[in-house]
Design a protein around this ligand. Structure first.
Ligand SMILES: [Zn+2]
Length: 527
């Protein structure tokens, strides 16, 4: 039920970067019908004096795909002011999956499922299921390269005859069902097995439906430059827009490379490629523990992987590869075992301990292999970035905001609960890295534009009434790596397509979100 609302007396930010100005905002029929000026009568008033009124935040990089299928609504993003999440990132979507690929995904990616069973489903089928379930916030779905590769070719490194065509047709089907882009995760199996040409072919499919190419680069450490070049080549050859996911300079060898990353994005734009990125405002990332291993570990399937991890000779060979630290050799050389915090593992007693602590007097590499063998979907929070790089990337107008949240049932990363409030509280109010206008533009329009979420991410007359009301004096999140899931402060109201879904900081219980379909869906016969 959409309401007739008047958000009165707040400082309004348009999301485009324009200066904040005090104005009343009128919402009728799910749309913003006035910003200042002539206002309709008979509206329910919300006092917004001393508060900011912004477009609802767009989380361009989320992994909340399946948690919205849970019986209980999941408002952890809504409470941060996020009204739309882009999911299916890092090549790891949950459709299209057949019986065989769903089983593999259930082994490797279950930590991304948040306790929901991974079942075979076509892309449109999953989108419809999510729509029917009623997500707490809107979802826009990417089709994952890793997912279509898994379904077309299993965990084999080489593509079998016909697999490339099968991948392209699965991707096209996803776009016709409303995918907004193609994602890749080039450190995760099986995405990491792809060469550049394979990715160009699929990005072409994305481009033909107006979709973006969003990529977790093949390397975010010492080989960042080469990995960025590959991403730009893929987008450029395919004629697709480019979104570089969770921009960072990861590991000691890459510290200080923030400028290089931003220069590459700017250079791509000079070459006519619509390139930008997203970032989460933290010095630690979160991923699966297995990302520290060379992807070759999983070649041939999960049974083969487990056998390798338990075989001393295979372990030694993997270690030699990991320590080479070349592109595609895994993230082992980037991470100090003392900076790897175990957050989710079948052995729940490990949560909150570092890999170094878990190893004790034993060798950390052997401990890593054993822990992955015991639970291939185990998760970590890993400190990889230097704060000056984080701030330099944040200051760029070409980089928006993506939480990269993993809906883990374990300890988790504070970004799941506090990414957007932290950006505003810590980096705008406390540190002044960004102005309010800049931060809000990055959190709204910048992402909505790149993912073509039409009518969203900006607060002007006629826009969809997705709104976030925040208190500039108190907005923030106190979550830490050891105590991540604390509550948000300073986000009193959130409006989703005219529904007041957060009121006085509390979720009202309405599951008002829906799946936002990309332009490819419009071309579908019968729609
Ligand atoms: Zn990623």
């Amino acid at each position: 039920m959409t309401e007739r609302l008047l958000l009165q007396g707040g400082t309004v930010y348009d999301g485009l970067g324009g200066p904040g100005r005090v104005a009343d905002v009128a919402v009728v029929g799910g749309r913003v019908v006035a910003v200042g000026g002539e206002l309709p009568a008979g509206l329910r008033r919300l006092d917004c004096r001393d508060l900011g009124v912004a477009p609802g935040f767009v989380d361009t990089h989320a992994h909340s795909d399946l948690v919205h299928l849970l019986d209980q609504p999941q408002p952890f993003k809504l409470l941060q002011g996020v009204t739309t999440e882009v999911v299916g990132n890092c090549g790891l979507g949950f459709a299209p999956l057949d019986a065989a690929s769903a089983e593999v995904a259930g082994t490797l990616w279950s930590s991304l499922a948040g306790g929901v069973g991974i079942e075979p489903a076509g892309f449109g089928e999953l989108a419809d299921r999510l729509d029917r379930a009623g997500p707490a916030n809107n979802l826009a779905l990417l089709v994952g390269h890793g997912t279509v590769r898994l379904t077309a070719n299993g965990l084999e490194e080489r593509l079998s005859p016909g697999a490339a065509d099968r991948m392209a047709s699965l991707a096209a089907e996803a776009f016709r069902a409303g995918a907004v882009g193609l994602s890749s995760g080039l450190i995760y199996v099986p995405g990491s097995y792809a060469d550049t040409g394979e990715l160009v072919a699929l990005a072409r499919v994305a481009a033909s439906y107006g979709g973006v190419y969003a990529t977790h680069l093949r390397d975010e450490g010492a080989h960042l430059a080469a990995a960025l070049d590959e991403a730009v080549t893929i987008a450029g050859s395919a004629g697709a827009r480019l979104q570089v996911s969770h921009c960072k300079a990861a590991g000691r060898a890459a510290h200080g490379m923030a400028g290089l990353l931003l220069d590459r994005l700017a250079a791509a734009r000079l070459d006519g490629i619509d390139a930008q990125g997203d970032q989460y405002p933290y010095d630690a990332g979160a991923t699966v523990l297995s990302a520290l291993l060379p992807p070759a570990v999983a070649a041939g399937g999960t049974e083969a992987m487990l056998a390798r991890l338990r075989d001393p000779a295979a372990r030694a060979a993997l270690r030699a590869q990991a320590e080479r630290g070349g592109i595609g050799d895994g993230a082992w050389v980037e991470a100090d075992p003392a900076d790897v915090l175990l957050t989710g593992h079948r052995d729940t007693g490990l949560a909150g301990r570092t890999l170094a602590e878990a190893a004790g007097a034993r060798d950390p590499w052997d401990t890593l292999c054993e822990l992955v063998a015991d639970d291939p979907a185990a998760t970590i929070v890993v400190r990889l970035m230097r704060e000056d790089d984080v701030r330099a990337i944040m200051a760029s107008p070409l980089v928006g905001v993506g939480s990269d949240n993993v809906p883990t049932t374990g300890l988790g990363h504070p970004r799941t609960w506090g990414c957007f409030p932290r950006l505003l509280g810590r980096y705008v109010r406390e540190l002044g890295v960004l102005s309010w206008e800049q931060a809000i533009r990055k959190a709204t329009w910048l992402g909505a534009r790149q993912f073509r979420l039409d009518g969203r991410g900006l607060l002007v007359e006629g826009a969809v009434a997705d709104l976030c009301v925040f208190d500039p004096a108190t907005v923030g999140h106190g979550g830490t790596y050891l105590d991540p899931d604390t509550g948000v402060t300073g986000i009193p109201h959130v409006v989703l397509a005219g529904d007041l879904v957060v009121e006085d900081g509390r979720f009202t219980g309405r599951r008002s979100g829906r799946v936002l379909r990309g332009n490819g869906a419009a071309a579908r016969p019968g729609r």
